[in-house]
Design a protein. Structure first.
Length: 336
């Protein structure tokens, strides 16, 4: 039972006896546990060195008393956990060295192709839970294997400190329920940006592996199984990371209100003439290219409300067109 803490079976037996009787000498251990005197002395000495028992002089010789289990075993368990963590990291390093060696000898191992929505979904889940620092997503409309609404692990990983960066294309944001879903992710810690269109659907994990769908699951109108490529450390992966960085720099930051909604305030002016949260939320969607109708539908407000709020922003910025509004928003740093 205590092997994980570095306590052998014979040592555990002696320690359990001491816990039961609250103290004993070598002779008593020999008699009660039916072991030799030399073995009993050796086991007691080992338990003392590990901090599980203390020594007290007595009339009949040295007595051994147990240190409380929670006090004695917790440091040992902590060291055991540290050792397991080091071992886990060592295995991961060896596995990566093995894969890297294989890739040097076999270029086919740079890219692994998997087929089927279920297999792709399982691979995405495994990679996500294995992430150490960050996941970066290209989110296009009509997902192949994982809908944003089904990405339950995101909230678990965000709570563990894993960074999520996501770029959403306009068509994706206009799909039913997506604005609410994105707002929920942002409130949980996701950092999101939007762009008019993305070249590919993709996720990059820790900058060391990427997953890109190869076929959407249908060709020439015939529905088939989707396929995806798993791309590991290589110049191809470096190119995908650079592509993400370029799209991220060009994307528009998405902001949400605390409630994730567009409020119909009479005066949304923030402190010092800055934008209020709801105005920043609206403006981020406008700059991303989402249509007024889609914004109204997603935020469950009237089309007229959206148009009135956009007109108010244009008046405040001194803009007569939406293009000018976008330019003024960038010049005034309304969307940092």
């Amino acid at each position: 039972m205590l092997e994980i803490a570095g306590i052998g079976a014979a040592e555990e037996r002696v320690y359990r006896h001491l816990v039961e009787v609250r103290g004993a000498g070598v002779d008593e251990i020999v008699q009660r546990l039916h072991i030799r005197e030399r073995e009993a002395a050796s086991l007691l000495s080992s338990l003392h060195d590990k901090g599980l028992v203390g020594r007290l002089p007595g009339d009949g010789g040295m007595r051994y008393v147990p240190v409380p289990p929670d006090v004695a075993l917790q440091p040992l368990l902590s060291r055991g956990q540290e050792a397991l963590e080091w071992a886990r990291r060592g295995v991961e390093q060896l596995a990566e060295e093995y894969r890297a060696g294989g890739r040097r000898h076999d270029a086919g191992q740079l890219v692994e192709v998997i087929t089927g929505a279920g297999a792709i979904r399982q691979q995405l889940r495994q990679l996500a839970y294995g992430a150490r620092s960050d996941l970066r997503w290209f989110c296009k409309a009509d997902p192949v294997a994982l809908r944003a609404q089904d990405n339950d692990e995101e909230f678990e990983l965000l709570a563990q400190g894993i960074r999520y960066e996501a770029i959403y294309e306009r068509d994706c944001l206009e799909q039913p329920g997506m604005v609410d879903n994105v707002a929920q992710g942002i409130r949980a810690g996701e950092v999101a940006r939007a762009t008019s269109a993305l070249p590919v659907r993709m996720v990059i994990v820790d900058g060391s592996v990427a997953v890109c769908p190869l076929m959407p699951g249908s060709t020439t109108g015939v529905r088939g199984e989707p396929t995806a490529a798993i791309i590991r450390s290589s110049t191809l992966l470096d190119a995908l990371v650079a592509l993400f960085d370029m799209q991220w720099a060009a994307g528009t930051p998405l902001h949400v209100t605390e409630a994730g909604e567009l409020a119909d305030f009479a005066d949304g002016m923030g402190p010092g003439g800055s934008l209020a949260d709801d105005e920043r939320y609206l403006l981020s969607l406008v700059v991303a290219g989402v249509t007024d109708k889609a914004i109204a539908t997603q935020l469950r407000v009237s089309h007229r409300t959206v148009q009135r709020r956009i007109t108010a922003l244009m008046q405040r910025a001194g803009a007569t067109t939406r293009t000018q509004l976008v330019w003024q928003a960038a010049r005034r740093d309304w969307l940092p």
